[in-house]
Design a protein around this ligand. Structure first.
Ligand code: C2E
Ligand code: MG
Ligand code: MG
Length: 742
């Protein structure tokens, strides 16, 4: 039995990786793989087809040392078998330590040179070997590292020390040594930390705040080091602050590192102080702010409150009105604005004094507050003006009840310093409903309604209506036109004759102003006098009237027409104007034929020194005084005596009904008797028909004026009238008034 047939099995079953490469007979280094066994494929990952025809370099890794490579080539070229440990590459690119052996073979038949390559995986042995080698090199490396670390530790700016498990000093860097040295303490090797610290405490190295001299302090620090406790701060007696950081090395050694944090702590403290100051100042500021807020609230409240009545003031009212108006659109919550004005307040103020006036205003404020619902807004918006804003429910009944309540509440007079003072108000009511956006318009509407209430005789209320709106609009337009009229003198004078009751002869003319409006034609005072009054231009109109009258009379005289008496109307307000006398004097009208008609209704019981002075001046000039519209006001006999007028003109409303109304006729008769009793002549005005003329004559009137004789006429018509009329001198006062007084 021969063993040769087993050889192929050996090749296939051995764990040795084997491969055969055919060499070039001229160069042993030139070869090509022709065969490999299974172990070869298993170890290198290369199958036969992978390496067939390839050169040996296929097996070598990229990291092969150049010297080793040349050594191998040299061996192969010389047909020398060899073995070498190499870090080769597998097919997948992984490195693998292998013992690679090349054995020279010669083919038995042809003598051709062949190489047998065998590989063995030596990774495990190689790693162990490397590790061992590395282990051998550790002390050297460690020594190298130790020296470097030592140098680095020495160069540190911070005090650093290493202690063993017994807290004995093993190593301290120079900074550490220097630190203790500053206080005369030696940081000597193998000195226990406890001893070092005790020495330092004795040398007063630590600040008093550290309480280092307290029993147990040193032990506590040693314990901290051993426990590797959390970092802590240490304050030195020279105020330096050191941060102590401890750690434990794997061998149990403790390290202690002192970092100087004086600057950081100082900054922190400063920051803290600043923060605290800031906090305090913020707190202070907050307090001041809330004080200010409080003060502001008070100021605001004060600035929104009327000091006399304690009600809201105009400013507050404007704000509330504005906000309620803006809510109209969103919430459709209609409300009413009541504009309330005290009647004849000025008179009370002037006659009874401001204290009484103030008392009365307070009283009115209180009455308004009482009459209004608690949720209503009540304000004093001017000297004697008030306003109420009240939400509307279903209808306006609430509002009329409120207005009635106010008028009712004021019926009760008040007593002030022994005097009884009565007062009343006029109220204008406007409704603000969705669609209205202008708060001023709402107030303006209420104001228009108030004006109407005043006009209707005061002590009443009036609702704003569309008609009023139109009237107000027209008044606005008229105002504009009127100012222009004053500038351009668009006025002329009409004259109405006054006739003697017995003879029908002309005894005088009353001058009545007319406005020649550029588009509306001739306008009577009814259309513009009130507006002129509110615009303050009555004075200008009067002046123009005086001028025209003077001119017209001159023209009449130039025509040979003598006028026995010319009456001019003077608005009551002008009697307080010292310029009136001057204006009349300057007009050039002969004072001896002039008569000034003044309105009874306002001024007769309110005759102050200024009015007396004016009237005295007029009288001295020889001008006659007539009380116009007598019977409509509240003139007392005392008032009449004070004024000493020459004429009383009975108002038309007493004359017009005398024909059919006996009561009115007897009233007119009484006026005649009063007049005559005081020696005052009596004129009946508004004598519309001859029947009226007869009746007036029957009542004893001296002079008649009215449509029965002539309507007010322009200049030329007047001239015609005078030409045709019998003219007699003005009526003479039968009994001087001074006699009557006596
Ligand atoms: P007055 O002084 O009482 O003037 C009489 C008014 O009665 C005039 O109205 C006159 O046209 C009107 N009248 C005269 N007879 C009759 C009559 O039989 N029946 C009717 N229904 N009315 C008659 P006029 O001109 O419209 O003047 C109204 C008022 O305007 C005057 O009332 C006077 O108070 C004022 N006024 C007129 N002219 C002036 C003026 O130049 N200055 C001032 N401040 N007021 C004036
Ligand atoms: Mg008159
Ligand atoms: Mg009159």
């Amino acid at each position: 039995m021969t063993f040769e047939p087993l050889i192929p099995q050996i090749a296939e079953r051995t764990h040795e990786a084997l491969a055969l490469a055919k060499a070039d007979p001229s160069d042993g280094a030139v070869m090509h793989f022709q065969w490999c066994n299974a172990a070869f494929s298993a170890m290198t990952g290369f199958a036969l087809e992978d390496i067939h025809g390839c050169r040996a370099i296929t097996l070598v890794g990229p990291d092969m040392d150049q010297g080793e490579h040349l050594w191998i080539i040299e061996k192969l070229m010389n047909w020398e078998s060899f073995s070498i440990e190499l870090c080769n590459n597998t097919k997948t690119g992984q490195t693998q330590w292998q013992r690679m052996s090349w054995t020279y073979l010669q083919h038995p038949d042809t003598s051709a040179p062949w190489w047998l390559c065998s590989l063995r995986d030596i990774s495990r042995e190689k790693t162990a070997e490397l590790m061992e080698e590395a282990q051998k090199r550790v002390p050297v490396v460690a020594e190298k590292i130790g020296l470097r670390t030592h140098n680095a530790v020495e160069a540190m700016d911070h005090a650093f020390a290493v202690f063993n498990t017994d807290a004995q000093l093993i190593h301290a860097n120079s900074c550490f040594r220097h630190l203790f040295d500053e206080f005369g303490c030696d940081a000597l090797q193998s000195k226990p930390l406890a001893a070092l610290l005790s020495e330092a405490v004795s040398a007063a190295m630590f600040a008093k705040s550290e309480s280092a001299d307290h029993p147990g302090w040193v032990e506590e620090r040693v314990k901290r080091l051993q426990a590797g406790a959390v970092p802590y701060d240490l304050t030195l007696s020279d105020n330096r602050i050191l941060r102590a950081l401890q750690s434990q090395a794997p061998n149990g050694d403790r390290t202690l590192l002192f970092i100087d944090v004086t600057r950081e702590r100082g900054e922190e403290r400063a920051l803290l102080a600043t923060t605290r100051t800031l906090h305090n100042s913020t707190k202070e500021l907050e307090e001041k702010y809330s004080e200010l807020e409080e003060a502001k609230k008070i100021v605001e409240k004060v600035s929104l409150t009327d000091p006399l009545t304690g009600l809201s003031n105009r400013r507050h009212m404007s704000e509330v009105l504005k906000s309620r108006t803006s809510r109209l659109h969103e919430e459709n919550k209609p409300f009413a604005a009541l504009f309330i004005d005290m009647d004849r307040f000025k008179l009370i103020n002037d006659t009874l004094g401001h204290d009484a006036g103030d008392e009365l205003i307070k009283h009115v404020g209180q009455v308004l507050r009482d009459a209004a619902k608690p949720e209503d807004f009540v304000a004093r918006v001017g000297g004697d003006e008030f306003a109420i804003l009240t939400d509307l429910t279903e209808n306006a009944v609430d509002v009329s009840e409120l207005a009635d309540g106010i008028l009712e509440g004021l019926k009760q007079p008040i007593t002030f310093k022994g005097s009884t003072i009565s007062s009343s108000v006029s109220i204008g009511v406007a409704i603000a409903k969705a669609g209205m956006t202008d708060p001023d318009q709402i107030l303006a509407n209420a104001d228009v309604a108030l004006y109407r209430a005043k006009h209707l005789g005061r002590n009443r209320w009036s609702f704003f209506t569309q008609q009023m709106h139109e009237e107000a609009l027209s008044a606005k337009r008229t105002s504009k036109d009127l100012l222009k009229a004053c500038k351009d003198d668009q006025f002329k004078v009409y004259y109405q004759p006054q006739v003697d009751v017995l003879t029908g002869a002309l005894v005088g003319l009353e001058a009545l102003v007319r406005w020649q409006h550029p588009s509306r034609g001739i306008l009577t005072p009814f259309h513009f006098l009130d507006i002129a009054d509110s615009l303050g231009v009555v004075k200008d109109i009067d002046q123009m009237v005086f001028r025209h009258v003077a001119q017209d009379i001159k023209d009449f005289e130039d025509l040979g027409l003598k006028i026995p008496k010319i009456s001019v109307n003077v608005s009551g307000r002008r009697l307080r104007d010292p310029a009136l006398v001057h204006d009349i004097r300057r007009s050039g009208v002969d004072p001896s034929i002039m008569c000034v008609e003044i309105l009874e209704s306002i001024y007769l019981d309110d005759v102050d020194e200024m009015i007396c002075w004016t009237i005295d001046q007029l009288r001295e000039m020889g001008i006659m005084i007539a009380i116009d519209d007598f019977g409509t006001g509240h003139a007392s006999i005392q008032g009449l005596l004070k004024l000493e007028p020459h004429w009383l003109k009975i108002d038309q409303q007493f004359i017009r009904p005398i024909v059919e109304d006996d009561a009115k006729a007897s009233l007119a008769h009484s006026i005649v008797q009063i007049g005559h009793g005081l020696g005052i002549g009596v004129v009946a005005e508004g004598v519309e028909t001859m029947k009226h003329a007869d009746a007036a004559a029957g009542l004893g009137c001296d002079v008649l004026q009215g449509y029965a004789f002539a309507r007010p006429m322009d200049r030329s018509a007047t001239i015609d009238y005078i030409r045709r009329a019998q003219v007699i001198p003005p009526y003479q006062v039968k009994a001087p008034i001074t006699q009557a007084k006596a």
